[in-house]
Ligand binder design. Structure first.
Ligand code: ADP
Ligand code: MG
Length: 460
């Protein structure tokens, strides 16, 4: 056993075992091999990219902390993919698995090896629904319940760390649990591209095509990677058509809408818009709190809910950062056996919170920017006058306040001396009109840009 020589790593594992649930420990930590240990550095290895990405994203800070605690010093820790340290699954798959999805060598979760490459943690159960994601969630659930019969393709777009991958894989996991024989393929557009390039180099394109055209469900993450790649788009177009014509569900995610991909062939844009294009927005503060409560439960973290609400207020940019913040607090609590308060949280998260406050857009700045743009005073926006030249900019400012901040309707209402229903109405009005009013779309884009610049300036 390679791990035996590694005292620090073994001790760190013991630490982690005491913090994490046995399921998580077995799944994510026990699979790591320590391949080298010196006085100052630890070299860790896992069997494939899937583990590496997941560990880096979710458990690396915790691993680092555990190593620090047991060794008493900051050590350089590297995590690499090195399949030579792992037994590739040799036994024949059971007949059922043989017909199902694409498996990754070396990826075995204990006895029940999945026959697809989905992350089991990305499920509908663990996805918290709020105002910012309820439509995307409902669409994903519909696609999972009746694949290819509701929205095909389902196109989910939104910013970084807002749950696109989670929701997409939840669809796959849902189907995998109901129909274990279904061939579900999850891949990122980047991997799809690399595989295609390899296939061309090895004159193996027909095998590549066969693989992708014979599956029951295709989940391609971060499809914006296709933007500007003509050859790849051509190949993808045919894969898309083959699957679509055979009534196979296709789910795509992207950081932008199809029409915002300037280098995408028009025929692909139109394909992508055939089904449903749905947005994952930034979660409001209530949803962020709910997410933190759910994650804290999953981590068996005994923490006061008011502190979770505090964290939710302070970390608003995306859910991944929110999760990272919670894991940092959880690691501190479990490694030191101390509880935390607001000051301790500020201290633990100082780098993260500083960044958040710099980026934070507030209603006050939106009002000032909109007033300046339309040559008005801020008090015109918050005052009573209803003439059109004031009411219109006011509605735009209300709409921006709702879309650019995570404030609730009542809080925005207070800032405009109105009730929440007025804000809701203004928000809906502007969203509706902006759908086919290009001039308004442009005004909104310009204003958003100005608001962001003004906020960044104010933070300096
Ligand atoms: P994206 O693909 O949009 O960049 P991810 O799907 O990777 O974002 O989400 C980032 C992290 O946030 C993941 O750990 C995911 O589980 C979590 N997450 C995102 N949205 C939610 C949600 N609504 N409820 C619970 N967790 C969420
Ligand atoms: Mg993603």
């Amino acid at each position: 056993m390679e791990n035996q020589g590694s005292n620090i790593w073994n001790a760190a594992c013991e630490q982690l075992k005491s913090i994490l649930s046995s399921d998580i420990y077995e799944r994510w930590i026990a699979v790591i091999k320590c391949t080298e240990e010196s006085g100052t550095a630890l070299q860790l290895a896992v069997a494939n990219d899937f583990y590496k990405d997941w560990l880096e994203e979710n458990y690396f800070p915790m691993i680092r902390k555990a190593v620090l605690v047991v060794s008493g010093k900051e050590m350089e820790i590297t995590l690499e993919v090195d399949s030579s340290h792992f037994d590739v699954v040799k036994e024949e798959p059971p007949p059922e698995a043989a017909q199902t999805g694409i498996s990754i060598p070396g990826l075995g979760f204990g006895k029940s090896k999945p026959n697809h490459n989905l992350n089991p943690n990305y499920a509908f159960d663990s996805f918290v629904v709020g105002a910012s994601n309820q439509f995307a969630h409902a669409a994903a659930l519909a696609a999972a319940n009746s694949p290819s019969r509701t929205y095909n393709p389902l196109f989910i777009y939104g910013g970084v760390g807002l749950g696109k991958t989670h929701l997409m894989q939840a669809i796959g996991n849902h189907i995998a649990s109901k129909k274990p024989r279904a061939k579900i393929c999850y891949t990122t557009c980047e991997s799809f591209t690399n595989e295609y390039i390899d296939a061309i180099q090895n004159s193996n394109v027909s095998a590549f095509r066969k693989k992708y055209r014979k599956i029951d469900m295709l989940l391609i993450d971060d499809i914006q990677f296709l933007d500007g790649k003509a050859g790849l788009q051509e190949e993808f177009f045919h894969t898309f058509n083959a699957l679509f014509e055979n009534h196979k569900q296709i789910v795509l995610t992207s950081d932008r809408t199809p029409s915002e991909m300037a280098g995408l062939a028009p025929r692909l844009i139109s394909r992508f818009e055939w089904g449903l294009v749905t947005e994952l927005g930034k979660p409001d503060v209530e949803t962020r709190s709910a997410i933190l409560r759910k994650k804290a439960d999953l981590l068996h973290l005994n923490i006061d809910h008011t502190l979770l609400d505090y964290l939710a207020e302070r970390v608003s940019s995306n859910i991944r950062s929110l999760e990272g913040a919670l894991i940092r607090v959880a690691t501190f609590m479990s490694l030191t056996n101390q509880s935390v308060n607001v000051q301790k949280i500020d201290e633990l998260l100082h780098d993260l919170l500083d960044k958040e406050s710099q980026a934070a857009v507030n209603v006050d700045m939106i009002q000032r920017t909109v007033a300046e743009h339309f040559d008005l005073r801020t008090t015109d926006l918050t005052g009573k006058r209803r003439s059109k030249d004031i009411a219109w900019p006011r509605q735009i400012a209300m709409h921006l306040s709702r879309t650019m901040t995570s404030q609730s309707f009542p809080v925005i209402g207070q800032a405009f001396n109105r009730n929440h229903a007025t804000i809701l109405y203004a928000h809906d009005q502007i969203s509706e009109r902006a759908k086919d009013d290009r001039a308004l779309q442009q005004t909104i884009a310009i204003l958003k840009d100005k608001v962001k610049k003004n906020c960044a300036k104010a933070a300096q």
